[in-house]
Design a protein around this ligand. Structure first.
Ligand code: NDP
Length: 419
């Protein structure tokens, strides 16, 4: 029975919007607003007549707080779902505060312009104090905690799969499976094949920034940073098979390190094929992953943005991607005085996602929890003033909704551990 404003209409938002429309009892009315309004109109046309959710569309530049405020005042939503890019997290949070509206997103803040001196100064201090050098971190959004508390509003950060569902798995393990969690390994395996020599499965700019950054993990109360792709393991994934996976820095490690008491080590691994890594290395070596502007024939060009324009749009990979994803968390720790292990994971099939919503499984595994996170705020299950990540809430209603809305999970009590 709620009205929601959804910002962004790319691969992930496309799925989240369709899932909202499958759940019209909660999402009575949605407004889809993005930079390119024609994409919103196309999706509205596709969905109309097939859902009871009322859909409107708008154009918005989400980098502009005043434009956002005018839009929120016009639409009067209970919640803004930010499914644009991490660059817009702060402007959208600012607009929500001005309008008294709840907020959620799927990825933590990072700046588009990493040469901005005011950002750079804090970034360099953080690298020194915290010990990891990825461009993204939670400090910017955690700084809004008091403002959201005072305004009586909830901001839910990172309700995709990872971050997002992986943290719900951690909260579940803490609530039901362990008295003490000692280690967490988050494993993100995409066993899908889209047939292109090189493509990313979500926004190329954000994806390549993330995977080309140095890796890091949390151990004994501090960050350990290692060169990008320097820690490799093999793992035999249920329903996918043997894959190479590499240790990456990932945002949920930062919040889990704060919120899982007594945890000694948290690592994040993602699978990559040889072709992907060779292409990425080559692009990096020739400067195509640079995020600063270079002068070209009188124009300013940001190489990674130009590269994005050349690569396949992840939203178009659905029809050609076959295979499965397997994403989850392996825990070790103590239950009832005994050592224990558990692995909570989901397996998702690319073609089944395509049949249901016309997209590949990466957009699906992110878009479904975006809708579920929004539902948790709208139905009151997770409503508390402040700024929170997923593991800070009761996992039960979220985990039940995952089973209901297309991402069922399972638990293995004797998993292969990662050494
Ligand atoms: P896309 O590039 O496919 O879509 C981004 C959308 O945001 C596009 O519709 C784009 O508009 C719009 N947009 C960009 N800038 C602005 C702006 N200034 N104002 C208004 N709209 C804007 O990205 P994805 O769908 O792949 O990713 C969406 C988000 O999901 C990202 O933040 C990504 O990091 C996150 N993600 C999270 C995951 C998780 O598990 N937690 C996994 C995968 C992704 P236009 O069409 O004009 O470009």
């Amino acid at each position: 029975m709620s009205k929601v404003l959804i910002i962004g209409c790319g691969g992930v938002a496309g799925v989240a919007i369709q899932k909202c429309c499958q759940n019209s009892e909660v999402f009575e009315s949605i407004c889809i607003a993005s930079r390119t309004k024609s994409k919103c109109d196309e999706l509205k046309e596709k969905l109309e007549g097939k859902t009871n959710t009322k859909i409107t569309t708008e154009k918005v530049d989400a980098d502009n707080v005043e434009e956002l405020v005018a839009l929120i005042e016009k639409v009067q939503p209970e919640l803004v779902m930010n499914i644009a890019l991490p660059y817009q997290d702060l402007t959208i949070m600012d607009a929500c505060l001005k309008c008294g509206t709840n907020y959620m997103d799927t990825a933590n803040y990072e700046p588009e312009d990493i040469s901005d001196p005011s950002w750079r100064e804090k970034y360099e201090r953080r690298c020194e104090e915290e010990g990891f050098s990825a461009y993204f971190d939670y400090s910017w959004q955690w700084a809004y905690k008091e403002k959201f508390e005072k305004a009586g509003l909830t901001a839910l950060l990172g309700s995709g799969f990872d971050p997002g569902v992986t943290q719900a798995y951690c909260a579940y393990a803490q609530k039901y499976l362990f008295d003490e969690i000692h280690t967490i390994d988050i494993l993100d395996c995409n066993g899908g094949d889209h047939g292109y020599p090189f493509a990313t499965n979500f926004n190329p700019e954000i994806n390549l920034r993330e995977v080309s950054a140095p890796g890091s993990y949390w151990e004994d109360g501090q960050w350990v940073e290692v060169p990008a792709m320097s820690i490799k393991r093999e793992y035999n994934f249920d329903q996918v098979g043997m894959k190479d996976m590499y240790l990456l820095h990932h945002e949920e490690i930062e919040s889990l390190a704060k919120n899982i008491p007594g945890v000694k080590r948290i690592r994040f691994f993602m699978t990559f094929g040889e072709s992907y890594l060779n292409h990425m290395k080559c692009l990096e070596n020739v400067g195509m992953l640079r995020t600063d502007a270079v002068e070209f024939e009188g124009h300013k060009v940001v190489p990674i943005q130009f590269l994005k324009a050349l690569l396949p749009d992840p939203a178009t990979l659905g029809p050609r991607t076959v295979g499965k994803t397997n994403i989850g968390c392996i825990f070790t720790g103590i239950k009832d005085g005994k050592e224990k292990q558990a692995y909570i994971y989901n397996v998702c099939d690319h073609q089944e996602c395509y049949q249901e919503v016309g997209s590949q499984a990466i957009s699906y595994t992110t878009g479904v929890p975006a809708m579920i996170g929004a539902m948790m705020l709208l139905n009151g299950a997770w409503k508390k003033p402040g700024v929170y990540t997923v593991e800070e809430f009761d996992p039960d209603p979220y985990m039940d909704a995952m089973n209901k809305y297309g991402l069922p999970w399972q638990i293995s009590e004797q998993p292969q551990l990662v050494y």
